[in-house]
Design a protein around this ligand. Structure first.
Ligand code: NAD
Length: 370
């Protein structure tokens, strides 16, 4: 088994460096306890990269990302850079790194920690034990299809156009990721599209079925229309294990599912690409939240989304499933002991700063490691 992994860390802007600091504490602790060595290199992205290199993602940073085993990212953006021309804005750094690493699958877990059951907008019995993984196709579909644009019509009115298009290979590669994930979980995949009204949906259903028939017969596959899936997520979310869907439906369904579980400060994500020459998948892990300028520098940001993103990195890039579970369980234990950051509105006496929350998780990990 490999004993060394190269991890590129891009803290970014606002609360990015604050929350990343805590994920780094966790990585140091896991490295010490497991004997696996993480060679960590830090660089800039977003506004911080613009300040240092004059661009939101420098070529040398991108090259480091391409030669790393995984990338961890904090968040980008802030008022300071709002007036820059479009191509220099912090968000362009994020879009560029996703594109250059060809990260075609976005993984968003919706995991409800027992201690957070009451924070959900659904009844506790509907979300207690909830553990869904949404796999969204990220680089194709209607956000990228041609033709697109706004046309002037002869009668003076205008027409807006976007095109939904998917190819066999785009569908098959994301379907494979969903089936592989299901193998590590409860073995069920639900594929969502609108094959009742869209040809691209018919192709989606046929290609996902093809991969299932030929490569993953041991996994249960069901198909569901995306609008029905949106309803089922609030009616009975625990019926799902892995959901795989296109870019547009995934955008909406992943936000809906994530919010079943509580706060923005708790939501991790992973974006995965192709397997490289070393047998490693290109990958980027980041919290769902942004740079939160309103609380930046106050030391009160919730680092859990970033810590859980690192737990995903352990599982999906480094094959360290046991260690990943220990990080997740430790977060759950810290929360159920009543320790919260301000966004989780915990018991005042146990409200922790960003750094105290990181320390508390580290101390719990140490107790759980055999
Ligand atoms: P945001 O996610 O930064 O913040 C929304 C609200 O949630 C704020 O009140 C913030 O204080 C709170 N919040 C977010 N993360 C938190 C955490 N970890 N702990 C406690 N509270 C937290 O979204 P926004 O305010 O719409 O955007 C702010 C900036 O972030 C903008 O420049 C935007 O472009 C950028 N942004 C970046 C990303 C990214 O880097 N992936 C994503 C979204 C927004």
């Amino acid at each position: 088994m490999t004993n060394t992994y190269k991890l590129l860390v891009l803290p970014g802007d606002g609360i990015g460096p604050e929350v990343m600091n805590e994920a780094l504490k966790i990585s140091q602790c896991i490295s010490e306890l497991s004997g696996v060595n993480f060679v960590i290199e830090e660089d800039e992205i977003g506004g911080a990269a613009y300040d240092k290199y004059g661009t939101p993602l420098a070529d040398e940073t991108l090259n480091k990302a391409l030669s790393s085993d995984a990338v961890m990212l904090g968040a980008v953006g802030g008022q300071k850079w709002d007036d820059l021309e479009f191509k220099l804005r912090p968000e362009q750094g994020l879009l560029k790194i996703r594109k250059e690493l060809d990260l075609f699958a976005n993984l968003r877990p919706a995991l409800c920690f027992e201690s957070m059951v009451e924070a959900s907008s659904l009844k506790p019995e509907l979300v207690s034990g909830l553990d869904i993984m949404i796999v969204r196709e990220l680089t194709g579909g209607i956000y990228f299809g041609q033709p697109r644009g706004i046309e002037q019509l002869p009668d003076g009115s205008r027409k807006g156009i976007n095109t939904q298009s998917y190819t066999t290979s785009e569908i098959r590669r994301v379907a494979r990721i969903a089936f592989e994930l299901a193998k590590k979980r409860s073995g069920n995949v639900t594929s969502c599209e609108k094959s009742n009204v869209m040809e691209s949906g018919i192709l989606w259903r046929e290609e996902v079925s093809y991969i299932h028939e030929n490569e993953f017969k041991d996994i249960n596959l069901s198909h569901m229309y995306a609008d029905n899936c949106a309803m089922q997520l609030v009616r009975n979310p625990k019926q799902f294990d892995v959901i795989v869907t296109d870019n547009l439906f995934g955008d909406i369904l992943s936000d809906e599912a994530a919010m079943l579980t509580g706060s923005l400060g708790m939501l991790p994500s992973a974006s995965l690409g192709e397997i490289d020459s070393k047998g490693m998948r290109k990958s980027l892990y980041e919290p769902v939240h942004g740079s939160a300028p309103d609380i930046s520098g106050k030391g009160i940001a919730n680092p859990i989304a970033t810590v859980l993103s690192f737990a995903m990195c352990l599982k999906y890039s480094f094959n360290m499933d046991a260690e990943s579970d220990i990080v997740n369980n430790s977060v759950n234990k810290v929360l159920s002991d009543g320790y919260k950051t301000v966004d989780l509105i915990g018991d005042d006496k146990k409200n922790l700063s960003t750094s105290e929350m990181g320390d508390q998780i580290v101390s719990e990990i140490r107790k759980n490691f055999n």
